[in-house]
Design a protein. Structure first.
Length: 425
RNA sequence: GGAAGGAUGGGUGAGAGGCUGAAACCAACAGUUUGCUAAACUGUCAUAGGGGAAACCCUAUCGCGGGUUCGAAUCCCGCUUCUUCCGCCA
């Protein structure tokens, strides 16, 4: 959620940036927000004046009784009783206004940073880096879903039997490969200064609101009715919520956390070939990195996080590219996002394996995560996170790109110490 | 799952309808002074919102949400959570 202060003070700029996302009603929404906020202040001022008056009169009652001035005390009681109705009326009016303002406020996405190129579709994203690791095959490469079956390392049908589509079972070297990748990613994050966290994978409503999954993405999360919990769609949610309603000492910034968790997504409405195999799952594993920074440092940190993710892909010897998302393709809460995509040798397309974003104060505002500055004033922090990395598509790209003419799959050098084997098949 | 007792500022902890946004102590920070790595003394020390150029003023908040009352940290109801005991259990 954007800060109301920022919307008020930089109305033209914020409107312009949000329009760039393609939200055509930006102007109307912002005008309405400001109107409601004016109204809010007006009612609040009136309400508070009345409360002050009421408090003052109520305080005199005790003294009057002590002095034996019974009639005056009774008169004071009557006066406050009468004012209570008016106070209640104003309180209700205020609540209505605040609810209206809130429901408008949550419609506003984050304002894209000035460095984000304007655009409408994924085609407008700019490729800011691409390595030269694309391999060409002198045989017809198999897609990962066939390779996985051939080597019996992932069992799709077993997953359907146990749970349903989108919940594959990893077996033998497939399971070990996954575990090796998780371990590798966590170790690398540790080396880069991230403290490892093992959070709960169920979250309550407040946490869902804190990072912005609720209310807008309600239907995308699995929900445990009996206990009112949600399964996490990403470790970002529990890890970032550690800092909900926390005031951090400036000297403790930046905070760098990482964590491995399974992630759960309902992916309601996704069907067809692009969800084939590991491309889109209901349950998958991911190592996430999160940073909480000073506002003036966040863009520097965004690049640092990208460099970390690219380092992982480099070490895995995967063909990949880095995209700067355009205004129209960015997530709702982000001010600037880079996506990392790996080349799928057999599917002949790019697969997104990481998304690294700076949310500026958009999450911090909801989280009420602040730091204390030199003047001992509290200010909202900037939050950032990125996948480092999401497992399934990395596995898909690894086995597709590393398949050999004899059908075997080579394990990248850096992983061999983790897997204990250098090839599958 | 059953029973009992708790939840107050960074920490310990008083307060038991009005004088309490909250004693006292500890920690922290700033200053004064004496001076061998420290002591003594003084002061500051919650968050959010509103008003004001500012000094400052007002409002709300004592786990959370309701209620009683002219007035609630204090009384009542519901919830959350912690501790202890019993039961169950990886």
């Amino acid at each position: 959620m954007l800060e109301i202060q920022r919307v008020r003070n930089n109305t033209a700029k914020v409107t312009e940036r949000i329009l760039a996302r393609g939200l055509s009603q930006a102007n109307e929404i912002i005008t309405e927000i400001i109107r409601l906020d004016d109204k809010r202040k007006e009612v609040l001022t009136e309400l508070e004046a009345l409360r002050a008056e009421n408090n003052r009169v109520a305080k005199t009652v005790g003294t009057l009784i002590a002095q034996g001035k019974k009639e005056e005390a009774e008169a004071a009681k009557t006066q406050t009783s009468e004012q209570k109705a008016k106070i209640k009326e104003l309180e209700e009016a205020l609540e209505t206004i605040q609810n209206d303002a809130y429901s408008q406020m949550v419609l506003l996405p984050n304002a894209p940073h000035d460095s984000v190129p304007e655009g409408k579709t994924p085609e407008d994203n700019s490729i800011v880096y691409e390595n030269d690791k694309k391999v060409s095959f002198d045989f017809t490469p198999l897609p990962h879903w066939e390779l996985a079956v051939k080597h019996d390392i992932i069992d799709w049908e077993l997953g359907v039997k146990i749970t349903g589509a989108g919940f594959p079972v990893y077996k033998g070297k497939g399971a070990i490969l996954q575990r090796a990748l998780i371990q590798f990613f966590l170790n690398e994050a540790g080396k880069a200064g991230y403290m490892e966290i093992q959070p709960p994978i169920f979250i309550n409503k407040q946490s869902g609101f804190g990072t912005g999954q609720l209310p807008d993405k309600d239907g995308q999360m699995y929900y445990i009715n009996e206990d009112d919990f949600y399964l996490i769609p990403t470790a970002e949610v529990p890890i970032t919520n550690i800092y909900r309603e926390v005031i951090i000492e400036k000297s403790a910034l930046p905070i760098k956390n990482c964590g491995y968790t399974p992630c759960f997504r309902r992916e309601a409405g996704s069907y067809g070939s692009h969800v084939r195999g590991l491309n889109r799952l209901h349950q998958f594993d991911k190592v996430e990195v999160v940073q909480i920074t000073l506002p003036e440092k966040s863009y520097e940190v965004l690049e640092e996080m990208c460099a970390h993710v690219m380092g992982l892909l480099e070490q895995l010897e995967l063909p990949f590219r880095k995209l700067l998302l355009c205004t129209g393709d960015m997530g709702f809460t982000s001010a600037k996002t880079y996506d990392m995509e790996v080349w799928s040798g057999a599917q002949g397309k790019w697969l997104e394996v990481s998304s690294v974003s700076n949310f500026e104060t958009f999450q911090a505002n909801r989280l009420k995560c602040r730091f204390r500055d030199e003047d001992k004033k509290t200010q909202l922090v900037h939050t950032l996170n990125g996948s480092a990395l999401a497992l399934p598509r990395i596995v898909a790209a690894l086995i597709e790109n590393n398949q050999q003419a004899d059908g075997s799959i080579l394990i990248p050098k850096v992983l061999q110490a983790y897997t204990g084997f250098d090839k599958i098949g």
